[in-house]
Design a protein around this ligand. Structure first.
Ligand SMILES: [Zn+2]
Length: 378
């Protein structure tokens, strides 16, 4: 028995496929450790090596009209079901070749998984440890007072009202019916930001809608970046004014800003500076949502509603409309998505889990620090 195990281990260690898989996993682990523990490595990588991927893979996958990320997931599910079914069938008919079929299948599966782990490390995992956008843009964040947070909420909601009074508002809203034109404007908005910050310059692929967007809505997901195909995917089932900010958010991930708070703030800056009132509205709406959520955590429920009641009625109607949409569908899908998201962030050493979304509000307060003197505005 011991000899048989020894022979099996010997044969496995001499198998080229397994050696390649082990090499890819080892290389991934070394890169992950270097990005977490070697100061400066992740930032150097983000600026010098990572841009190769959006410039190459991004260009290759961009022209395809469908999300190849979604196609890949579907194919992986079908392949796994096929392999399990065929393995059981071959064990049942017992024709003597079942061992070869199962071992070959497992080896190919292992090779594919190791290649995906290495790709994920190169295009995503290392970037979680690069410098944050506040450091890159030299905008230090300060301690946030509740008074400033309340003022920020009112300021953002007033910006939304001004946008709705803009003479171009109706035509801008109509442009949101055409997802291709939102995509073109999202690329232009990000390139505009890239003129000021070089790490956001360069090539942007076409954003892609997800075919099973309804499922994303049930899970409360607005978009998803694919580190395997360099695609910025978005949910085209959600209310259209949420799409511009979402596309810019996924583009920020595509430029290597993996942390949610960084991607949110980049998307906010890109939307705010876009000439389209609908983009500016999308940015202000998301910024207001994050600010209100932060306020809700920071004060008593009475104090929160005191501020909420000060927001213009049109904005409150919009907020409750989107809030109700988010509560549609079974709670289990949203809980599942939240659980997976938290586990994913923790696996990438983002220790605060989904709670780290709060930094977006710190960035916003730093952005408006000149106009957020609470005594003057409240
Ligand atoms: Zn994101």
């Amino acid at each position: 028995m011991r000899n048989r195990i020894r022979t099996l281990i010997h044969n496995i260690s001499r198998d080229t496929g397994i050696q390649i898989s082990a090499g890819m996993i080892l290389f991934s682990v070394i890169l992950m450790l270097a990005s977490r523990y070697h100061k400066g490595f992740a930032q150097w990588y983000a600026l010098n090596i990572y841009p190769i991927f959006p410039e190459t893979l991004g260009r290759i996958f961009s022209p395809w009209p469908m999300s190849l990320f979604e196609v890949g997931i579907l194919m992986a599910v079908f392949a796994a079901v096929y392999f399990i079914f065929m393995s059981i069938w071959r064990l049942y008919i017992n024709n003597g070749k079942q061992k070869v079929f199962i071992l070959t299948g497992l080896k190919k599966g292992m090779l594919l998984i190791s290649a995906l782990i290495l790709t994920y490390t190169l295009t995503c995992s290392i970037n979680y440890h690069r410098d944050d956008i506040g450091t890159v843009l030299k905008r230090p964040v300060e301690a946030v007072s509740v008074a400033k947070l309340e003022t920020l909420c009112i300021l953002l909601s007033e910006q939304m009202i001004v946008l709705m009074d803009n003479p171009e508002w109706t035509s801008s809203l109509q442009s949101l019916n055409d997802m291709d034109s939102i995509g073109t404007e999202a690329i232009a908005a990000m390139k505009n930001l890239g003129d000021r910050e070089p790490s956001l310059s360069g090539y942007y692929p076409n954003p892609k809608p997800i075919y099973f967007s309804k499922l994303m809505s049930m899970m409360g997901i607005e978009g998803i970046y694919s580190p395997f195909t360099m695609e910025a995917n978005y949910n085209n089932d959600m209310t259209s004014f949420l799409v511009p900010f979402t596309m810019c958010h996924e583009f920020a991930h595509l430029k290597g800003y993996m942390r949610e708070e960084d991607a949110n703030f980049i998307a906010y800056l890109a939307s705010k500076d876009s000439p389209s009132p609908a983009f500016q509205y999308s940015g202000a709406f998301h910024a207001l949502t994050y600010s209100l959520n932060a306020l809700k955590k920071a004060v008593s429920i009475e104090q929160y509603y005191d501020t909420y009641e000060k927001l213009p009625e049109l904005v409150r109607i919009q907020l409750s409309y989107i809030g109700e949409q988010n509560r549609e569908g079974p709670v289990i899908y949203r809980d599942m998505a939240r659980y997976v998201n938290n586990a994913y962030l923790l696996a990438n050493a983002q220790s605060k889990g989904a709670g780290s979304y709060g930094l977006m509000v710190d960035y916003l307060i730093a952005e408006y620090k000149d106009v957020l003197e609470p005594d003057e505005l409240l």
